[in-house]
Design a protein. Structure first.
Length: 243
């Protein structure tokens, strides 16, 4: 994870990654779970196998989006693992069902299924800390309106009965300062949890001496795998996709 940004830019990047992670994770979870469940239930007929294959292709698409988000978060290229290609001379049916025998396609699907709980927790914590910081620090701008409610009382009435509004403002602002001071840590932890899961399931181990992967590693048969690709974090565009 990139640590060279200034604190504000780092906080905004972590927040953007975490908040946008929930809707993408939810869509991926629904599509992949529904497709795999329906495909497995009809696997006895050929249609089920094709449905599962299509779902794995969809999982690849969601994984591609996550790799772009990871590159943007870290502001550096990321390297994906290769996908299996049809064997030379394979027939049409075998070629069409190749994703079913591709380990990385299944890892993409696994990522879509396990990311949602992490994304939900991260989203809730990030929103809570942002709301606490903003509501507390800006309490003088909106807190006065509460005292227009007949019979309204709050913590200030118990701490300083002679000046309840001032006491309440101080308490809220202190809470806002506490939320604001810990917000970068919470946002970083939430983003790091999601990013770690993505790196483990979607990316290859990084080699700083490699610029762009344009061919399969030597220990793998080129006919069986697509080229590996890097994605740039600056413009979120792949240098070489090979998908």
């Amino acid at each position: 994870m990139d640590t060279t940004r200034n604190p504000v830019a780092r906080l905004l990047a972590d927040t953007r990654y975490t908040l946008l992670g929930l809707p993408t994770a939810l869509i991926a979870f629904v599509v992949v779970l529904t497709g795999l469940a329906a495909g497995a239930g009809t696997a006895v007929v050929v249609a089920g196998l094709f449905l599962m294959t299509g779902t794995l292709y969809a999982a690849r698409g969601f994984a591609h989006v996550e790799r772009i988000r990871l590159a943007d978060l870290g502001r550096r290229p990321v390297v994906r693992r290769p996908y299996r290609s049809p064997a030379p001379g394979a027939g049409p049916l075998r070629r069409a069902l190749t994703p079913l025998a591709c380990p990385q396609s299944w890892l993409d699907a696994l990522h879509a299924l396990v990311l949602l709980p992490v994304a939900v927790v991260g989203f809730c914590l990030t929103v809570t800390w942002w709301a606490g910081a903003l509501a507390g620090l800006l309490q003088p701008l909106w807190g006065w309106s509460l005292y227009t409610i007949p019979g309204y009382t709050d913590v200030g009435a118990y701490l300083a009965p002679e000046s309840p509004a001032l006491a309440t403002t101080v308490v809220h602002m202190l809470a806002g300062v506490l939320f604001a001071l810990t917000l970068p840590l919470v946002a970083r932890a939430c983003a790091h949890a999601q990013a770690t899961l993505g790196r483990a399931l979607l990316l290859s181990p990084e080699d700083p001496h490699v610029g762009v992967y344009t061919a399969a590693p030597r220990h793998e048969e080129p006919a069986q795998y697509h080229e590996q690709a890097r994605y740039h974090g600056q413009d979120a565009a792949p240098v070489a996709t090979g998908v």
